[in-house]
Structure formats: C-alpha cells, structure tokens
Unconditional design. Sequence first.
Length: 342
Amino acid sequence: MRIGILTGGGDCPGLNAVIRAVVRKGVEAHGDELIGFRDGWRGVLEGSFTQLTVDSTRGILSRGGTILGSSRTNPFKRSDGVDRVRDGLRSNGLDGLIAIGGDDTLGAASRLFEAGVNVIGVPKTIDNDLGSTDVTFGFDTALHVATEAIDRLHTTAESHHRNLVVEVMGRDAGWIALHAGLAGGAHVILIPELPFDIDQVCSLIRRRHERGRYFAIVVVAEGATPREGTISLAAGEVDEFGHPRLGGIGHVLEREIEQRTGFETRATVLGHVQRGGTPTAFDRVLATRLGLAAIDAAHEGRWGTMASLRGTRIELVALADAVSEVRRVPVDEYERYGVLFG
C-alpha cells in the first residue's frame, strides 16, 4: 500500500514516535511506501510532502515536536477543500491517510471519511480531552513539566511570602491543571469545567495567612473562567476552527488576588514549554503502540476508525465517536479533592 501521514494542531511530545512506528511497520512488515504531508492539512491541500523511509525516521523516537511540521489549517474552510484533499491523495497514488491530531484535526478527518476519503486517526493532545480513549500521548509529558515547575515555584513562594499563580494549558478541559496541581500540592486549582468564585479563592488564601502560611500556589487552566459578573475577560482572535486564542487568566488572577487580599502575588505562564522537549517513556511507548495499530488498521481496511487506549489495550473506535464530545474532568471528581485546597 501507499499511505500518507500528517500531524495537525499543536505540536506534542510523542508525535515523532507515532511517525517512526507507522513507517517501521509499514515498510518492514507490509512493504508499504509512505509519504509525510508537511504542516498538517495544509500539506495535503497544497501538495507539499516528503518521502518517509526507515532511514529518514531514525533517531526521532526521543525528539519532541514533529519532523513533518504542523498547522491549524482547516480543509473545510476552503470551498473546494474536500475535492483538493481527494485530488491530493489520488495524484500521489495513496490508498489512504493516517491523521495524527486532536479534536480539530480528527474532527476534519471524520468529516472527510464521511465524504469518502480513506482516513484513520491517531489521538494526540496534551490536554487529554479526546473522547473514546483513556489517555492521549503528550499528556504525561506536559504533566511532568507542569509538576516540576510547581515544585520549583513552591520554594520561591515560601521564601518570599508570595502567592504564585501558575497558568497551564487546558482550553476546555482541566486535566493538566488538576493532576499537576494535585501532584504539586497546589492550594487552589481552577479548571474550565467549573466557573470559579474569586472571593472563594481569596478566602482560601487569607485562611492560609491566618494559619501562618504566608504563601499560596494557585494553578489555573488557561480556559478557566470566573462566575458571570465577577471578573471581565477579554476575548482573543480565533483560529480556523473557531477557537479563541487563550492565555491571560493567570495575570488577571494575579491582579485580582493582590488587590482583594493585599498580599503580594505574581503569575507564571508555562505556555508552550509544556508542549516541547523530550517525551516521557510513557508517551513514547503509548505513541508507538498507537502508530503500530494505525498502520495495521489501514491494512485491515478499517478506515474511519481511531487507534485508542482502552484500559491497557489498544483498540479501534469510530472516529465519529471520538470527536463527538470533549472529554472533560467530571465535576464530582474535582470536588472530591476540595478538602486538599487552602
């Protein structure tokens, strides 16, 4: 077979491990030819690609990012997008395509499958918010980066008697904020699933001061929002999938907490550092397993599916099911940890 591969959306530790696994098994076990489209769906639309071989993918297992590049290009934002994708596959003699991405990339893949394009998905997102899979690769690495940052901030917060607000990624789901906050012993954790009460946040911080603990670590997901009418937030530009550019809630909290409590407060925005660098062993192994399953699925003709981790097994699930809804932190799970805050 002749198979195309693309990586779309935000970069993520483990992407190269998937590419390597697909190429290794495709070439060595199936005798396939593989090409990699550059910069996600943009490469398919513009016919920009590179040949992928065992030699060209050596040494990439431990590298962060993606050797193919990525973008947030949405083929459905072009009136002729579907036809151009079909033409791109046909002109390159491709039997199908393996799309590695999050809800936007795989959402487009699902719609393309419905339009007759042979495509298989591999779930990728540090936010861990894709449905029909228990964990996505990239999450474990991002979690380790965020936890290490919180550990380091603890010592400076305590030394200077400051409140430190740590803003982590998480547009619609608070998995990174919750797990990194719990692992790092944060005193307040704010997630997108539950609008926060700024007065309650300040009350928890004041209580710590009353107990002689003159610092606090507040971990907040970038998509966290205050209860309506309590704090105003500015809206950012939107991408081709309609998502506003986030970032800034940490500095808003810095200002509000200091003004309301009188205690010195500083914000740290981890930003893209969570996406970059060497993937953890867990993410390398998970990404490899998903890549092997994806190329096998192509040979089984299981188009329109996504490789998924269910328990300890890799299974195939319908792409449409995987992107039907965002996998969010259950509010009751978040509230279970409330006793640890403050």
